[in-house]
Design a protein around this ligand. Structure first.
Ligand code: FPP
Length: 265
């Protein structure tokens, strides 16, 4: 017990030293759940995020929309640690939709640059901090520099257990068409099993919980096939303000849901 208390104190000091308040909160949330709630708060195996509201967050503060994307990328690691430490195995982030190409080039270039820098940083994390990173989406339009990094990271992080999926140049409908075309090409029966094998990312369980920020209550072509039985959580908080505390509210709400999958209970 004394060892654990010392460990918590060291983590608090280190986090304050490095001013990483959110990382500290994710560790505290882990210990709170483990020792005070005795692991009662069940984190879903797979949580997916529609990170919405970056642009509006920035505009409200008289800043350029790109600043909203930058601030939206700051909370990512604390959200990731909080979910993984508390038992989730898969996280999916909707980073760029096929529709997002309609935005000014300056903004799309900036989003890809943030994703590049974030991935580069994540790929350098050491052993116990590292995770498998996968991309879900079309690859033919991603800027070359980013695509090269993605290919390298997907190969190098393959052996890790916890998985982060980044939906990039993604559309759920396009993914369904892609799988259909593959079934036809390979002359396969259109069964659910065969079909799921040809989604952009195979062997990943469907999301248990999908969180969308910024008050919009729609799916926007996200995981169109996979979200059939997902629990949905919508919050008015915009993505740059979506902290570990906000995540915990979503998880508490998820824990009140009864998942029946059409059965009676
Ligand atoms: C939606 O907000 C957000 C995006 C289109 C981009 C989000 C991308 C990041 C935060 C980078 C993530 C990086 C990794 C590695 C996963 P919006 O611009 O649609 O907001 P608005 O609805 O207020 O305009």
């Amino acid at each position: 017990m004394i060892k654990k208390i010392i460990m918590i104190i060291i983590i608090i000091i280190v986090c304050f030293l490095y001013k990483i308040k959110n990382t500290l909160t994710s560790y505290l949330s882990f210990y709170f759940n483990k020792y005070l709630l005795k692991d009662k708060l069940k984190y879903p195996k797979h949580v997916a995020f529609i990170m919405d509201g970056n642009g509006r967050w920035a505009t409200e503060k008289n800043m350029n929309r790109t600043h909203g994307h930058l601030m939206g990328s700051v909370n990512l690691l604390s959200i990731i640690y909080c979910c993984f430490l508390n038992g989730s195995d898969y996280l999916t982030f909707y980073a760029f939709s096929e529709e997002n190409w309609k935005r000014p080039k300056k903004e799309t270039d900036y989003i890809f640059e943030i994703i590049y820098k974030k991935l580069k940083f994540m790929s350098k994390l050491k052993e116990d901090m590292s995770f498998k990173i996968m991309i879900q989406g079309r690859r033919d339009r991603i800027p070359n520099k980013l695509l090269k990094l993605i290919n390298l990271i997907e190969k190098n992080t393959q052996p890790n257990n916890k998985t982060i999926i980044i939906a990039l140049d993604y559309s759920g409908r396009s993914e369904i068409l892609h799988a259909c075309k593959q079934l036809l090409k390979n002359n396969l029966e259109p069964t659910i099993n065969n079909f799921t094998n040809y989604l952009y990312v195979a062997n990943v369980p469907d999301p248990d919980l999908i969180i969308r920020t910024s008050g919009e209550k729609r799916m926007s072509d996200f995981l169109t096939w996979q979200h059939s039985y997902s629990e949905l959580y919508f919050t008015d908080v915009k993505w740059p303000d979506f902290t570990v505390q906000e995540l915990e509210k979503a998880i508490i709400n998820y824990n009140t849901r009864q998942r029946r999958y059409g059965d009676i209970k």
